[in-house]
Design a protein around this ligand. Structure first.
Ligand code: PLP
Ligand code: ZN
Length: 397
């Protein structure tokens, strides 16, 4: 493989997402000490950095190494994650009379979902900081990805997932040598088990937004969207939001690129759409003003396992993205997701996760209400492959 000049990470500090208090970036951090809220990495974006610094020879998310928090390349734990293709869905576009409908296919990542990006980043940082093992509550994909990267790093992996999670997720964790705990309930119940089991903090808890590294891996989707579309951005991006790292991360990337001068200062950033499952849609309820926040929300299981996150810690950050981008949020039923899977399969040859199907169905709904116009460029984020969900949709093709 061709190599690139290793350039230093531009990371400067970590900032409390609630109050802005800076935290030291060169030691292991979890949530902010002031507000117990997510920490976000801050980089030096003023010192000129040209787009030419992107490592073209690296066909993974690590091509943006200077804008990632890893300090030493030898700590990189990589299985080739990221730089996934943006596919042109011309058949669906023709059927629905759309000018441009594209899909970034995160199902092509190692372990079959975009969780690979975040866990590659987090396990690399864990290795760099001398962590011996990691633990995670998961709806499925994050656990599988963590297990794979921990195996690669020679680290202990403990995964807690709901008992109803399809067998394929569980089995793949075992194949990577992880310890798996099945829990009655949803991911928040798994999180409670993790807190109890890991009360002494022996393992690094890589729960969504409870450490500042996974989101940095996820944000590379934003860099890729810009680079792959020739430094233009689509009009609208639809994202299936669980904990929300992708939504928050992509928006963070856009802001960083603006500060770096990589985007035209006049460029209009995309409207960001958060899509959830009707069975578990805490963000929608808050967005529509039906509750003050999701701290007491009770969700039900959905075939889109990754969306069953009843009380996301990053809710305020997601709402900020929706507001700043003039986006919106809506929910899709499990039945609609199956219909979307069928349509993407039959017309585009794509076997997407129910989460990915949900964003297509959301686009259809927003087109029907006029919020989306057929002449806009629409980007769907398919966050995972359908393979591991067969059990959830058995026989419904
Ligand atoms: C985890 C997951 C999501 C939700 O991602 P968040 O970062 O939690 O918002 C969406 N789709 C799939 C396939 C997932 O595994
Ligand atoms: Zn704070």
């Amino acid at each position: 493989m061709e190599t690139c000049t290793t350039l230093a990470s531009r990371i400067q500090s970590l900032e409390c997402s609630a109050c802005g208090k800076p935290h030291f970036a060169f030691a292991l951090q979890r949530v902010s000490e002031c507000c117990q809220m997510p920490l976000l990495a801050v980089y030096d974006l003023h010192e000129p950095l040209s787009k030419a610094s992107i490592c073209q020879a690296d066909g993974s998310m690590w091509r943006y190494q200077e804008l990632l928090p890893l300090l030493h390349e030898e700590n990189r734990v990589s299985l080739g994650e990221g730089f996934t293709p943006i596919l042109n869905l011309q058949n669906l576009a023709a059927r629905y009379d759309l000018r441009s409908l594209v899909l970034k296919d995160e199902g092509q990542n190692p372990t079959g979902s975009f969780k690979a990006r975040g866990l590659s980043m987090a396990i690399s940082k864990a290795k760099e900081l001398g962590v011996q093992g990691c633990i995670v509550p998961t709806a499925g994909n994050a656990g599988v990805a963590m297990a794979a990267y921990c195996a690669k790093a020679g680290m202990r992996a403990v995964v807690a997932m709901p008992r109803h999670t399809p067998q394929a997720f569980r089995d793949e964790c075992y194949w990577y040598g992880a310890e798996v705990q099945l829990i009655d309930g949803l991911i928040n119940d798994c999180a409670a088990w993790v807190r109890q089991t890991n009360a002494n903090g022996e393992l690094l808890d890589v729960s969504t937004l409870k450490e500042p590294y996974r989101i940095e891996g996820k944000k590379t989707m934003g860099y890729e969207i810009a680079e792959q579309l020739g430094w233009q951005l689509p009009d609208v991006i639809l994202y299936p939001a669980g904990g929300g790292t992708g939504l928050i991360g992509i928006w963070k990337a856009f802001r960083e690129m603006k500060a770096l001068g990589w985007l035209d200062p006049e460029v209009k950033l995309p409207r960001m759409v958060a899509v959830q499952a009707a069975n578990c849609c805490p963000l929608i309820e808050t967005y529509l003003g039906r509750q003050a926040n999701s701290q007491q929300y009770v969700g039900q299981p959905t075939i889109a396992n990754g969306l069953a996150v009843p009380r996301p810690l990053g809710e305020p950050l997601m709402l900020e993205v929706l507001r700043e981008s003039q986006g919106t949020a809506l929910s899709i039923t499990d039945e609609q997701m199956v219909e979307g899977m069928r349509e993407l399969g039959r017309l585009e040859g794509l076997f997407v996760a129910p989460e990915g199907a949900a964003v297509w169905m959301a686009a259809r709904q927003l087109l029907s209400t006029g919020w989306l116009r057929p002449d806009e460029q629409i980007l769907l984020l398919n966050t995972g492959s359908g393979q591991k969900y067969l059990e959830n949709v058995a026989g419904q093709y």
